[in-house]
Design a protein around this ligand. Sequence first.
Ligand code: B3K
Ligand code: ZN
Length: 850
Amino acid sequence: MKDAAPQTIHLVDYTPPNWLVKGVHLTFRLDPTRTRVLSRITFAPNPEATSRVFTLDGEKMTLIRARIDGADVAPLVTETGLTCDVPDREFVWEAEVEINPSANTALEGLYMSSGMYCTQCEAEGFRKITYYPDRPDVMAVFDVRIEGGEPVMLSNGNPGKVGDGFAEWHDPWPKPAYLFALVAGRLVNHPGSFTTMSGREVELNIWVRPGDEGKCAFGMEALKASMQWDETEYGREYDLDLFNIVAVDDFNMGAMENKGLNIFNSSCVLASPETSTDANFERIEAIIAHEYFHNWTGNRITCRDWFQLCLKEGLTVFRDAQFTSDLRSAPVKRIEDVIALRARQFREDNGPLAHPVRPASFVEINNFYTATVYEKGAELIGMLKTLVGDDAWSKALTLYFDRHDGQACTIEDWLRVFEDVTGRDLAQFKRWYEEAGTPRLSVTEEYDGGTYTLHFKQETPPTPGQPEKAPRVIPIKLGLLADNGDEVVQTRLLEMTEAEQSFEFTGLAARPIPSILREFSAPVILTREASNAERAFLLAHDTDPFNKWEAGRALARACLVDMIRNGAAPDIAYLEASQAMARDETLDPAFRALALGLPSQDDLAQAIHETGGTPDPQAIWDALEAVKEARAEVMEQTARDLYAAHQVTESYKPDAAQSGARALTNTALAMITRRDGGAAAQAQYDAADNMTQQLAALGCLLQAGRGGDAVLAFYDQWQDDRLVIDKWFSLQVAYADPAEAAGVAGELTQHPDFTMKNPNRFRATLGALAGSPAGFHHASGKGYKLLADWLIQLDPLNPQTTARMCSAFETWRRYDTARQSLIEAQLRRIVEQPKLSRDTAEMVGRILKS
Ligand code: B3K
Ligand code: ZN
């Protein structure tokens, strides 16, 4: 339902809660359409508050009765909550409400998924379960009783009494309501256990629908590895007797860190070699770690208000990235993260949806679970660690956990810990949290008589509501190479604090070749005039794996942009440089696969826009095709050699070594397919015993225009596995010819297995279209129309997923006027829908404002 006038909430308006909660008892009488929720809550006046007005949040529920200290009361109920006269002292509030989980298609609050009850409360879903002060700075101990006779009935904390048709739970750790969870239904568990560093035995379970038991073992190992890692690396021990994970089919995002009861999108926990790709395994491992790490960074220490979301998300993403780097390969993880950062966060930061890592205002908080808050938030943590050094980092984290355990905190609290440990003033660093936009870092150089000088200049373009930007502190890791490849200056840290700043290196025998921004030490766009020869040199010689990859990427981008803009032919020097890199058996196969990856269509559109051009999606597609063709020709023998040499012969393991080998052979297979018309791909498809190889082969066959039979066979084989069928939907769209992509996606929406009620399926189909620029931005506008049609249909059912997918349009101002008006027409059509959700209205409104 559309609110009369959606309110903008401002950080500066924060006031402490009027009432604190001393304890919560909840009883759920489960029923698919009429669940009763009985609450008994002890409220006490907050000494820090200036008012005693009593309001509770509550939406989409019927109040049956309310009592204060046992006497009936009649609160004033509105669509968003209630207010009531209350005594001027501690009192007990009791309420009974009725809610309808079956009608809850928004998947927020208590809802049904495949016949099972489950909840999602972050950010503000608890208010759809009962009347409550639904804000993260109200923390309380919860006791929960679930009645309804479901075979399995779970909530947060430790189990209490279990009896005929009921189960009780007690969570001893005070928590905000957003961490509440309940799951009930016919579920089976994959059990495990973990002994903590102080010797406590913790029972672990992954709960799934019957039939999915065989897909839990990997997740369980990832969970144990995460628990171990957080003890070893951060001294953080788990704090309950039990840790449950539940897999749910219908879920708006990846997973949720509810205390002791993590709820996962089944795509982010269920794994088997036959049904999951190597990338799926890596992602599952990372998400399990991420949610587990939230137990300390998020749950024990939570956010004071939703503006502080990056306090838990940035830090937890940073921690999960460290975990993956430790378990797998640090350089490979860093490269993958930077690819994702540029694809999602730079795109966001340079368009109408740009916002600070800590936003200053919002209409719908769900719209701020963004790449900026998460991924740029994690980059800020990484920069902070770089600036203070590893020792101070460890001390600061220990102080953070000691000082703030059990509290709801702010970014100021976080930064103060670092200031106290280091004595350093972090006021300038804080700008990174407060100002949106990606800084442009440009550099020129001079060499004279043994002295080499780098002149840096930083500039951050205006973003919505922030026309002027002040200089930030930018940690620049740098090394210098001699022209024989020797490193004459090893990696060192330059701290840039001014708008313009120069750094000198003396005693150099000759002009060096700089390797700037090693490890991608700051989330900036670096511009530097460099010749392709120099890039090829760094691709061959840089000792920093990230910058080695980056040099290859810059070379590819330069070559592609030249083709797109000037109609140049593929640069043979680039092809030869990447061939030499690919043949270098001293390099990790996973690294080589990444270095053979080409800039994405969107990456190239960004690059063209950045340099004042108007990207033509079809021209970008054509240039990429031409490079792939030319490369397949030049590298045919190399591809065949790599394909043969790196076949995995041992039994399947999703570890870094095997995944890297498969990534390289599948990259080679794509090249070979362009030469043999798909024969090798067909052979791999027929022989594949794991999804990584099966899916890669299917992609090659589709690319070669001979995917028809395999598409049918794949469906026959996997029709009963929803997660695999999601892949089937998206692959067909992703590999469609640009002129046909919208048609293919449109036809798939008519397939009996398509349902917009399942966010995974919706994303697999329409999200795949939005993620295929040449198809989505086809000059006919049919991609835009199809997506808008479906967003309009989905919005009344699921505002969150609808709003999130509106970001497909965020780049519209980059394109030509014809495309802009086609997009604008669709955005206006969406925004004119009579009952548009607050979520979607905010997103489209912000996009249109640009
Ligand atoms: N904290 C949740 C995300 C909640 C999203 C609400 N719209 C998952 C995570 O970041 O771990
Ligand atoms: Zn998180």
